[in-house]
Design a binder for this molecule. Structure first.
Ligand code: SF4
Length: 319
C-alpha cells in the first residue's frame, strides 16, 4: 500500500472510531471566549497529565482551577499555596513549574498567552509537545506533535511493533513527518478540528492501542488490515530505570515516593515539623540511627528545589 493510501485509510478509520468513542473530559471543548484563559486551562491539564493518570487529573483539575481561576491568579501564588492546591497529584515540582510558566507569560508577554511555537517553547518548562498541545487544543492551530500515545500509534501502524526492550526502531523526526501527513489528511475537507484529531489519537491510544495490551479484537485498523504491528506486539518491557531509593522490609521504595510523602505531611502543618517527626510519619521502619542522614539528603534537595524551607529545627512548605 502506498504511503498516501495508507494515511488516508488510517485517518478514515480513526475518525469513524472517534465518532462513537470520544471521551468527555473537563479540559475538552472549553466554552471560553478569552484565548488566554482557554490556553491556561489547557496548559494546566497538560502539565497535570504528565506522569499522572487521567482519572486522577479529572478530580484535581477542577479543584485547582477553583483555587486559581485565571492565569494571573496562579502567577501570583506562593509556593505553599500552589503545593496545597496540587494535593493528590505527586511530582510536586510540576506545580511550581506551572506557576513559573504563568509568571513568565505575565512578565514577558503582558499576560497574553503566546500562540507561536517559538514563543511557547521559549517559556522554561514548555517543550515541543506541550507547546503543540496548547496550539491544537486552545487555539485550533494545527501543529503535528508526538506524545507517548501518538508515537506508539504512528509507529505501530506505519513502521511496526516496538523492539522487545520497548524502544522504537524509527526516531521522532521520522514519526513526526508521518504525524504531520496524517494531520493534513485528517483536516482535509473535514468538519473536525485539529483539537478533535489529537483528542482522537489520545483516546485511541488510551482505549484501544494501549502500551501493553493492544485491543486487536476491537481495533478498526486490524479489521481493515492496515496496521503493521497487528498481532505482533510482544509484552516486553523497557528495563526500568534504576532510581535512588531504599528497601522498606522487602519492598524497594524510590526516593520520589518519600519526597511526595514529605510534601503531603507538610501540607497540613503551617508551622512545619522537625526532621525526626517527618521521619516517623513517612517511614514505617523509621530508625534515627539508620535513616537520619538519608532523610537529611531528601530534605536538603527539597529545600534546593524550593518545595520546602528550613526554619530553626522545623521544615515547612516553601512560602
Ligand atoms: S492493530 Fe493493534 S497495534 Fe495496530 S493500532 Fe490496532 S491495537 Fe494498535
Amino acid at each position: 500500500m502506498r504511503r498516501q493510501e495508507h494515511i488516508e485509510a488510517f485517518v478514515e478509520e480513526l475518525w469513524s472510531w472517534f465518532t462513537g468513542h470520544k471521551r468527555v473530559l473537563p479540559w475538552r471543548d472549553l466554552n471560553i471566549a478569552d484565548d488566554t484563559e482557554r490556553a491556561y486551562r489547557i496548559l494546566v491539564s497538560e502539565i497535570m497529565l504528565q506522569q499522572t493518570q487521567v482519572s486522577r487529573v479529572e478530580s484535581v483539575f477542577p479543584v485547582f482551577l477553583e483555587e486559581f481561576p485565571s492565569l494571573r491568579d496562579l502567577a501570583s501564588a506562593s509556593n505553599r499555596e500552589v503545593l496545597i492546591a496540587w494535593r493528590g497529584m505527586g511530582y510536586n515540582a510540576r506545580a511550581l513549574r506551572l506557576r513559573d510558566i504563568a509568571g513568565s507569560i505575565c512578565k514577558e508577554h503582558g499576560g497574553v498567552f503566546p500562540q507561536e511555537m517559538n514563543d511557547l517553547q521559549s517559556l522554561k518548562g514548555i517543550g515541543h509537545y506541550t507547546a503543540a498541545a496548547v496550539r491544537n487544543f486552545a487555539f485550533l492551530l494545527s501543529t503535528p506533535c508526538l506524545d507517548t500515545n501518538i508515537r506508539r500509534i504512528i509507529h505501530r501502524t506505519f513502521v511496526g511493533p516496538e523492539c522487545p526492550d520497548g524502544t522504537w526502531s524509527k526516531g521522532d523526526d521520522y514519526l513526526l513527518g508521518i504525524a504531520a501527513q496524517a494531520l493534513t489528511e485528517a483536516l482535509r475537507n473535514s468538519r473536525y478540528t485539529t483539537a478533535d484529531w489529537h483528542a482522537a489519537l489520545m483516546d485511541f491510544g488510551s482505549l484501544v492501542c494501549t502500551k501493553t495490551h493492544p485491543r486487536w479484537d476491537i481495533c478498526p485498523l486490524t479489521r481493515r488490515g492496515i496496521c503493521k504491528a497487528a498481532y505482533k506486539v510482544s509484552h516486553g518491557r523497557k528495563k526500568a530505570k534504576e532510581e535512588p531509593g531504599r528497601l522498606v522490609g522487602s519492598t524497594f521504595v524510590p526516593n520520589r515516593i518519600f519526597r511526595g510523602r514529605i510534601i503531603e505531611e507538610l501540607r497540613d502543618e503551617p508551622r512545619g515539623l522537625p526532621q525526626e517527626e517527618i521521619g516517623r510519619r513517612i517511614c514505617a521502619d523509621w530508625s534515627p540511627r539508620h535513616h537520619r542522614k538519608w532523610l537529611g539528603g531528601l530534605l536538603k534537595k527539597l529545600n534546593e528545589d524550593q518545595l520546602i524551607i528550613q526554619s530553626g529545627s522545623n521544615y515547612a512548605l516553601y512560602q
